[in-house]
Design a protein around this ligand. Structure first.
Ligand code: IMP
Length: 429
């Protein structure tokens, strides 16, 4: 089957955007299966830089249809803005399809997100405040508003009135200002006019394409350890960035999954709060942040940085079923005397190489590091594994051996051409 799922291996921001762009070129559909505009992909094409938050970057290829799947929560204002920017920069309309089953983010979701973060006081989750968690809360509470309802003016009006009246009862009980349903309806009716032409039966259309043998690329947002079930709960997002999320978020049958590409950077990062055993609170961490330009595409926040955690990466490979790994940003580690890899933790006085699902245990975990000799060469012109310095080769080999997952690709710069293909047949058959 010609399907590929691209998954962030750790806490997101692994530079999946570039790979989705590279493989989107030969894909007929590029389907995003989870999250909303909490995500951010930067893709460089020649002199142009595109920043995507909602639209899969496959839209950059004329033959590829970008699909926003049922598992997403979509902010119409952000989508309209992103589409406008894409059209201005590319000079093309772009092929876009939105699942009618996807949920819509409303202004009250954003206010609730901000209010809940405020209420957490000194222990915020560090959400992106895009209303993602509250939109998923409404979905699970069966009061969410889906794309089908959003693009039908009569249904939009009645559903917004119904939901707002529910929410206003709670707000009034706390002495807060009520939400103005009419203002939301007016604003959202205008967005709906722009978005309506793209809403359709995405699940059916994508399923039929797979059956015809067309290549379909599925893309998760964020990363494995931010998964609502598999991640470091409660420091997680509201959806399923893991490979299983591609099934529940798009209607992809598990039997139609061909390959799962796990993407990890050569070091680890995290945005927001939560355990991060290999975090470096020193000048090495700062140097990685600066060399890797580790500042969020969505919020601009400085990312927390640390050595690559192989315990977490092997766990991610197992639960996602990675058929191969892509290591990105290897070029960023040039110039370090030594580079670290975490191969076990010390938890409660015991050494373990198993990733604990209890967040408290992970918070207490001390990383046990293998320090390897670094390299000074600039890697961005390397086109083959053999051209990499021996030390960089050893670093990659160790990742492959520990995780028991073949490395199929190494990225050595943001450009499409700055890519080393080791085992491309493990990515697209
Ligand atoms: P939310 O998704 O905005 O609810 O935020 C929940 C957690 O996920 C926070 O720690 C965010 O920083 C994190 N998060 C959300 N989206 C991304 C992303 O695209 N990359 C990295 N972290 C993210």
């Amino acid at each position: 089957m010609p399907t590929l799922i691209i998954v962030g291996a750790l806490w997101g921001d692994e530079a999946k955007g570039k790979l989705v762009d590279v493989f989107g070129e030969s894909a007929r559909f590029n389907v995003r299966y989870s999250g909303g505009n909490n995500a951010g992909h930067t893709v460089k094409v020649g002199s142009e830089t595109y920043k995507f938050h909602l639209i899969p970057s496959g839209i950059l290829h004329e033959s590829c249809t970008a699909v926003l799947g049922a598992g997403m929560v979509i902010c119409p204002a952000a989508l309209v803005e992103e589409l406008k920017t894409f059209r201005e920069k590319s000079g093309r309309e772009g092929k876009l399809l939105i699942s009618g089953a996807a949920h819509v983010v409303f202004p009250y979701h954003r206010s609730q997100d901000a209010a809940e973060e405020e209420m957490r006081g000194d222990n915020p989750l560090g959400t992106t405040k895009r209303g993602i968690g509250p939109a998923y809360q409404d979905k699970v509470s069966r009061i969410g508003i889906r794309m089908w309802e959003f693009v039908d003016p009569n249904r939009l009006t009645s559903r917004v009135k119904e939901v707002v009246s529910l929410k206003n009862r709670t707000l009034q009980a706390f002495g807060e200002k009520p939400i103005d349903a009419d203002a939301i309806i007016a604003e959202y009716c205008a967005y709906a006019d722009l978005i309506r032409p793209f809403v359709g039966e995405a699940e059916l259309i994508v399923n039929e394409a797979i059956r015809r043998g067309e290549k379909v690329l599925f893309e998760g947002a964020q990363g494995t350890l931010l998964d609502i079930d598999m991640g470091t709960y409660p420091y997680v997002t509201g959806s399923h960035p893991t490979s299983g999320g591609a099934c529940v978020g798009t209607g992809l049958p598990p039997t139609m999954i061909d390959n799962v590409l796990g993407v990890c950077a050569a070091y680890a990062t995290r945005v927001g709060a939560g355990p991060f055993p290999t975090e470096l609170h020193n000048e090495i961490g700062e140097r990685i942040r600066i060399q890797g330009n580790e500042f969020g595409t969505t919020t601009g926040r400085a990312r927390r940085t640390g050595w690559l955690d192989l315990v977490a990466l092997r766990h991610a490979s197992r639960i996602n079923g990675f058929t191969s790994l892509a290591i990105t940003r290897l070029d960023v580690l040039s110039g370090f005397e030594e580079v670290g890899l975490c191969t076990s933790y010390e938890v409660d006085g015991h050494q373990t190489d198993a990733f604990p699902s209890d967040t408290m245990k992970l918070e207490a975990a001390k990383p046990l590091l293998e320090m390897q000799p670094g390299w000074n060469e600039n890697l961005s012109n390397c086109k083959t594994y053999e051209e990499l310095p021996k030390e960089a080769q050893r670093f990659v080999d160790r990742i492959e051996m520990f995780t028991e997952t073949p490395v199929s690709l190494i990225s050595v710069g943001p450009e499409r051409t700055e890519t080393i293909y080791l085992k491309p047949s493990l990515i697209w058959n």
